[in-house]
Design a binder for this molecule. Structure first.
Ligand SMILES: Nc1ncnc2c1ncn2[C@@H]1O[C@H](COP(=O)(O)OP(=O)(O)OP(=O)(O)O)[C@@H](O)[C@H]1O
Ligand SMILES: [Mg+2]
Length: 302
């Protein structure tokens, strides 16, 4: 065995994820509590649920928490143009076909089929980035609870516990499509999320940097930067929760390395490395000028 192959097989062995579900520490307050409870009610009522919200507002985190708490097998796919029906349903492995012919023994099921047959939860992440033709391959299993495997020319029964949740960005965002009405109508409970209000974003931010000890003042200034960006008419695409978390972690780490307390200058320095590429300004606006404007306003140094 070559050194490279041996190294990879060892890495694979030590890195294997046996259960894709993992416990996550979610701040379950405000809109997240509301959404979580609605998801549980929809699940118990046998209705599929869809979460809609801007980039990085917590949709995937919420779905993962939900799947973990349900204690069912969990599968997911993030949709894009590259996802094909075979990615969801499954496909033949050519080398096994050579050995066994076209039979179940040479078939590798996709995550959607596995969720349906094992009665698991399937998360259709970024559902509205998928091609209509691909989305349609899920319809029968969602409605009639049966799954057609075209290559095997066989209908299979989905388990009663099989459940689908979808998460997506609002339709006006780049790269998204309008959901086909056949899919839209089969997802009955729609929950809309936004970026959370100040105090909740602050809680989420510190819950994502537990190893650092940010002062209340620093926390407030980072959050204020987010609020200023989200309220500014120059901003087309506002910063997500990942941005406040990113600045909080970066500024804490830098202060730790320099053995200093976080001050306004350090916040400005850190924000300049993270914020400009986390937002998008309206056409013709200058990001350096914009950064000077909001940094001067929030921390007094630019
Ligand atoms: N309620 C919450 N409690 C703790 N952390 C959260 C919460 N909501 C979001 N986060 C954190 O914020 C970040 C962004 O969340 P997430 O990835 O779930 O967003 P998303 O809406 O799925 O984004 P995208 O649209 O890009 O897929 C993650 O690091 C996540 O852990
Ligand atoms: Mg996501």
């Amino acid at each position: 065995m070559s050194k490279q192959i041996k190294e990879f097989s060892e890495l694979m062995e030590e890195s294997k994820i046996v259960d894709i579900r993992e416990e996550i520490n979610l701040v379950l307050e405000g809109q997240y509590k509301y959404a979580y409870e609605a998801m549980m009610d929809a699940y118990n009522a046998g209705l599929f649920v869809g979460l809609v919200g801007p980039v990085g507002c917590g949709k995937t985190a919420l779905c993962r928490k939900f799947a973990y708490d349900l204690n069912q097998e969990f599968y997911w796919i993030t949709f894009s143009d590259l996802v094909r029906p075979a990615t969801l349903i499954g496909s033949f492995d050519p080398s096994l076909v050579f050995k066994y012919g076209f039979s179940p023994d040479s078939y590798t099921p996709g995550p959607f089929s596995l969720a349906a047959l094992k009665g698991g939860v399937f998360l259709a992440n970024e559902l509205n980035r998928g091609d209509e033709y691909v989305l349609n391959s899920m319809l029968d299993a969602m409605e009639e609870r049966r799954l057609y495997i075209p290559q095997l020319k066989t209908w299979l029964k989905a388990k009663d516990k099989f459940y689908v949740i979808a998460a997506m960005n609002p339709a006006e965002l780049k790269g998204t499509r309008k959901l086909p009405s056949a899919i839209k109508d089969r997802i009955k409970v729609w929950i809309h999320l936004e970026y959370p209000p100040k105090s909740l974003e602050q809680k989420i931010m510190i819950s994502n940097c537990p190893e650092y000890n940010l002062s209340a003042l620093t926390q407030e200034k980072i959050i204020e930067l987010m609020i200023q960006c989200r309220e500014d008419s120059e901003v087309e695409k506002p910063p997500s929760l990942r941005t406040s978390i990113g600045i909080a972690r970066f500024v804490s780490q830098r202060a730790q390395r320099l053995k200093v307390k976080v001050d306004n200058k350090l916040i400005a320095e850190s924000a300049k490395l993270i914020l400009p590429d986390s937002i998008q300004l309206r056409p013709g606006r200058n990001v350096d000028q914009f950064m000077r404007k909001i940094l001067t306003k929030v921390v007094g140094v630019a």
